[in-house]
Design a protein around this ligand. Structure first.
Ligand code: PTJ
Length: 252
């Protein structure tokens, strides 16, 4: 089955498409088998959120775009799930914000690193970082501590989709602005983020790119106010309310 075999009219179209891409990622050796479990957790939250972008998530996506445009050195971190779900969209976001792309894996093997870098290049990436791994994030004892010194090591703004809580906290301690995309508003990563985006990565990455294009000609003051107006605690509370109440309006 290919993406094209899933009828767009199907009520769970996006969910089926996502599952299919993750399965294909595992078959290609891009996504880890644990990635299937992570996807299942994400799907459960997405279902509770109504499989839509909440207004509070849209506000977070705009703030994320403003942060990326203000950054001296923005980096988009890519793991096996992100590479399977949104490879072209990550390349597009990197282009829209002049960001670097760096592969960073929890279940790191040289083979998966190479396959993901090739996959991203096949989707138009000109440069993929992460393979040199000549830097370390202090305070982490697993493979996610390995970064490129001139990539995440040097970044001032990092986008980390589907992150684990440890690294989210460690990156925050390094003083980097951290944008986390995670469907679970109660996760440690979402709580550690400067900008938590509680949305499916499949919707969030293109939405950040669209906001970045909208803001491309904005002056510094406009970008800074887009950043200042965003309230992370309020966005997380709005997402929790949406889950509890299941309503259409998360701003009440
Ligand atoms: O490719 P690797 O080796 O780096 O491994 C990546 C995974 C995702 C397996 C690893 O980081 C992991 O185990 O992640 P966790 O701890 O399961 O966390 C995944 C988080 O992302 C959970 O809070 C999920 O709700 C959330 N999530 C899952 N799918 C999506 C998602 N958030 C946004 N969009 C999704 N499609």
């Amino acid at each position: 089955m290919t993406d094209a075999d899933i009828p767009e009219s199907h009520p769970r179209y996006e969910s089926l498409l996502t599952r299919h891409r993750i399965e294909a990622g595992v078959e290609k050796g891009i996504t880890s088998r644990q990635g299937l479990i992570a996807q299942g957790r994400g799907e459960a939250f997405d279902y509770l959120l109504g499989e839509r972008t909440l207004p509070s998530a849209d506000a977070a996506e705009r703030a994320a775009a403003a942060h990326l445009l203000l950054a001296d050195h923005p980096v988009l971190s890519v793991n096996g799930n992100v590479a399977a779900l949104v490879p072209g969209e990550v390349v597009d976001l990197a282009e829209a914000t002049a960001a670097d792309i760096e592969v960073n894996l929890f279940n790191r093997t040289d083979e998966r690193m190479e396959r993901i870098a090739d996959h991203l290049r096949d989707h138009g990436a000109s440069e993929v970082k992460g393979l040199t791994a000549d830097g370390r994030i202090p305070g982490l004892d697993h493979e996610r501590a390995k970064v490129d010194a001139d990539g995440i090591g040097d970044a001032d703004v990092v986008v980390v989709p589907l992150e684990d809580g440890d690294r989210a906290e460690a990156l925050g301690e390094l003083g980097k602005v951290e944008v986390v995309i995670d469907l679970n508003p109660m996760s440690r990563s979402a709580r550690a983020a400067d900008v938590p985006i509680v949305d499916n990565v499949i919707r969030a990455v293109p939405a950040i790119a669209e906001h970045a294009r909208d803001l491309a000609d904005a002056d510094r003051e406009t970008l800074e106010s887009a950043v200042a107006e965003f309230d992370a605690d309020e966005a997380l509370a709005a997402a929790e309310r949406a889950i509890r109440e299941g309503g259409d309006d998360d701003e009440t």
